[in-house]
Design a protein around this ligand. Sequence first.
Ligand code: ATP
Ligand code: MG
Length: 465
Amino acid sequence: MDHVNELGDALPAQASDLIHVEVCKTQNSIAKDGEIQNLVLHYLETVASMKYGDIYTDFAGQSDIFTNNIDHIVISESSNSNSVSIDKSKVKMMIHVYTLNTEGAASEEIEEEEDISAANHWILPSSEFEGLWENLIFDHDVKQQLLNYSSTTLLFSDKEVDPNIIAWNRVVLLHGPPGTGKTSLCKALAQKLTIRHSNRFRYGQLIEINSHSLFSKWFSESGKLVMKMFQRIQELIDDPSALVCVLIDEVESLTAARTAAMKGTEPSDAIRVVNALLTQIDQIRKYPNVMILTTSNITGAIDLAFVDRADIKQYIGPPSENAIFSIYHSCINELKKRQIITRANLPDLRTLKMMRFQENEANSTSFRLLEVARKSCGLSGRTLRKLPFLTHALFLQGCTSFTQEQFIAALSRCVDKQLADRELLANEIQKQYDNNSSEHLLTPKKSVSGEETEHIHTNGILESR
Ligand SMILES: Nc1ncnc2c1ncn2[C@@H]1O[C@H](COP(=O)(O)OP(=O)(O)OP(=O)(O)O)[C@@H](O)[C@H]1O
Ligand SMILES: [Mg+2]
């Protein structure tokens, strides 16, 4: 089991041979990172079966120096072999040590008088985003691909690869239906990049630009707002030891602003604002310590000028049956941890696969959960994460503790109700559309329920247009 210090050292090795180990220090730890790395290396040597995606939090029996300084350890996930045992003799370990910032979000109020919150700002790694990455579940290796692309971007910038010879950007665009985890993924990515690149960057900054407040009713002022905001961002970028991630959520509001301006329904200032923003993005994306992360849920309507700037355009769709199973499985585990569901074994998908999906007494509850997952297809991650709460509120009132079988049966009823409500709502919306077809064309594709109504057939990383 080798240990590497820098990403550059690690790159020649096969990606599959490299394991990232993330070590979160306790808040009061003053131990040096090198000391922590040694402690962790020794600890991992004693772990009997180390698996991809493992999270260690219980260090009973370890020395005081260990428990006083180490809060938890995360072993990197692997898209196709999560939960698979790692052959320690064949891997290289890269140990990243970090301390969480517990301050939370600061709101950047650009306009003194109007009290406009134009951006939120976090110092990374932030306790607010801890575990976010691990709890986002996608089918393909979306997370790994995004991390790899972003890491290559940072490495090329750091090594000063000539952008005239090899072209790359620092702009990522995640697009897809509402509630599929795009914004969360951007935030989690910023946090992961800060942790994984802690050798290069001392800390990270995440600035979440509130596009709506920029493009809404303050059009005449928005040009100035954009300038002021980017002046602030520039100050952050000027510290080369900071990784600055700028998140521009719902970039379609940019297009909406431009279209409205062209139709004459908004002041032509809108165009100037959009152009100011694009110019500013062009300015800051030249810096080696900047990543620009953007999201949109109306793919067809994103400003082409904007789409062109993104190298990585990743479609994020609703979770598949397997991903839904894993989301429900994680929710049930959380309720067990909090003693709301009584403890019992619930074999996961990997175990079912190993048993070639042969149902028996010991795994039948997992098969019931699989059936619920199957009929939940089409629901967004946002809805799925809410369903356990609704299940309790609607179907398990009066019970403070129940078995997982009871919970899964109630969850199944809750999914039926959700689907029925959704259909009712869809019919209602359809009626409205039929009554006013011109309005139909103008209405954004996000439904009242916040559920996805848009179907996009692209998948994976798209080529730059
Ligand atoms: N694939 C997923 N796995 C686990 N949780 C998910 C997933 N997708 C969404 N969620 C949950 O849904 C919540 C909402 O996600 P988020 O706001 O990031 O979605 P979004 O795609 O940005 O939505 P919108 O387009 O409406 O802005 C998150 O808190 C997350 O817990
Ligand atoms: Mg979002």
